[in-house]
Design a protein around this ligand. Structure first.
Ligand SMILES: Cc1cc2nc3c(=O)[nH]c(=O)nc-3n(C[C@H](O)[C@H](O)[C@H](O)COP(=O)(O)O)c2cc1C
Length: 207
């Protein structure tokens, strides 16, 4: 598939067929993901592939419980909460979920900022988390590699409301932390394009 076709045809898939995704196929996709540009080539990512139905269901339960706790404390009604839970747990309909973790990486420039009195949060705000940008590049590659092979994916950060609980369940420990969940499988439904703004709408040439 041509690159421009791949980029324009890819969709976020939220309804999957149940046929399993072979490990070799997932490894091939990850082998494309890791060619992403990444800060200082530190490759601060790891891919945890969960293909056990019970474990995926448990992960969805963990996210649901956390959202229910948050709703109870903020007076959000069950009716309002339902679509939020659905959007954050739809990964449980996929035959496999790729959990992508990241690891904070500090450069010499970051160190100099710290020595000049910047807090960790100020450094993150100033430097815009190169580790997360790197993860984003890898995930986009992963989504493309999956689509090229006929697999649908949905990049998800919604489940991260329960990030510590998911990390503890999956045995992901510091300094690694979950950045996103990517359910993957053969698409049952391919949605229509959500459309995009035109390039000239989002571009400014500064002469
Ligand atoms: C960082 C990020 C987080 C996202 N989180 C979710 C999510 O939690 N749940 C969901 O259903 N979709 C999620 N999406 C998918 C977007 O909703 C989707 O990419 C967007 O609506 C455009 O649709 P398309 O991917 O089909 O072009 C996320 C996408 C990105 C890039």
């Amino acid at each position: 598939m041509e690159f421009s076709e791949l980029v324009q045809e890819r969709r976020s898939v939220r309804v999957f067929k149940q046929e399993p995704v072979p490990q070799e196929e997932i490894l091939e996709m990850i082998s494309k993901a890791v060619f992403a540009a990444n800060a200082r080539n530190r490759q601060m990512w790891h891919f945890y592939v969960v293909n056990n139905k019970d474990k995926i269901a448990k992960m969805a339960e963990i996210v649901t419980t956390r959202l229910e706790e948050l709703a109870a404390k903020t007076g959000v009604s069950p009716q309002e909460l339902k679509p939020v839970i659905n959007a954050a747990t739809l990964f449980d309909k996929a035959p496999a979920v790729i959990v992508v973790s990241t690891r904070l990486s500090r450069s010499k420039a970051d160190w100099m900022l710290k020595e000049n009195g910047y807090s960790e949060l100020e450094i993150d705000n100033l430097r815009c988390r190169p580790d997360l940008q790197s993860i984003g590049a890898a995930i986009q590659n992963l989504l493309m590699a999956a689509w090229e092979k006929g697999y649908g994916t949905c990049w998800m950060t919604g489940p991260c409301v329960a990030r510590p609980e998911l990390e503890s369940f999956l045995g992901i420990t510091e300094p690694d932390s979950i950045a996103a969940l990517i359910p993957i499988g053969r698409p049952e439904i391919v949605p229509a394009s959500r459309g995009r703004k035109e390039a000239k709408e989002v571009t400014t040439f500064i002469d």
